[in-house]
Design a protein around this ligand. Structure first.
Ligand SMILES: [Zn+2]
Length: 225
């Protein structure tokens, strides 16, 4: 006696057409499955190619929803796609999660410190900005390309052969917050101080917030020392 894998109908006169399905279910299957598979394939292509994170996320949702519709067949042991729908669901849930956190990163409008060397050839307009901390959107308003990639990293740039980078500050320390509030440079490191002392020795002390008070005496070394 034949039994249909999908509707469960059985009987001596029931004809199994293919994949263990009766004529009615087989007809529905051959109508439904290719359409779902096509939508999944198209969406997967878009997820791979799009640079728009929101598009990627919505396409992951489509894939997950369509794969869920195919799950029924997988459970019945009917093979529909080379990757089982359950595996597709897991895969695209993960990709969705990654895209979503990338999107949150970008929308987060992070604090970024512009890092880079100050020396003889440093463009004059950059000197007041280097080692200051501003929101990514503020940097963009100043004409910098401060945009996070899908890993949440901000790309730097090069001027006159020197590389500058944006350092993301996720939780500003007390002193970093002060520097942000007053638009001052934030300096935490002895080498940075040496650099300013050498190449921008006239830079005013009141434009700097130091991470440690110990660094303060190093800012302007006594002449003839
Ligand atoms: Zn059936």
């Amino acid at each position: 006696m034949a039994t249909c894998k999908d509707c469960g109908q059985s009987g001596f006169f029931l004809k199994i057409v293919f994949n263990g399905l009766c004529a009615e279910c087989a007809a529905r299957f051959s109508l439904e499955v290719p359409r779902l598979v096509e939508i999944i394939n198209q969406s997967a292509k878009i997820v791979d190619q799009t640079k728009n994170l929101e598009t990627g996320i919505s396409r992951c949702d489509v894939i997950i929803a369509k794969a869920e519709e195919l799950l029924r067949y997988e459970r019945q042991g009917i093979s529909v796609v080379s990757t089982p729908p359950s595996a597709l669901i897991v895969e695209y849930q993960l990709r969705r999660k990654a895209l979503l956190s990338a999107l949150e990163e970008i929308k987060g409008d992070h604090f970024l410190r512009l890092d880079g060397a100050v020396y003889r050839d440093t463009p004059k307009e950059l000197v007041p900005l280097i080692h200051t901390i501003k929101r990514a959107s503020d940097w963009r308003n100043l004409g910098f390309k401060a945009k996070a990639d899908k890993h949440g990293r901000y790309k730097g740039f090069t001027r006159k052969g020197t590389a500058y980078s944006f350092q993301k500050i996720t939780k500003p320390s007390e002193r970093q917050s002060l520097a942000i509030e007053f638009g001052k440079k934030y300096i935490s490191n002895l080498n940075t101080i040496r650099m300013y002392n050498t190449w921008a020795p006239t830079f005013p002390l009141d434009q700097v917030v130091f991470e440690s008070d110990d660094l303060l005496p190093l800012w302007k070394p006594e002449i003839g020392h």
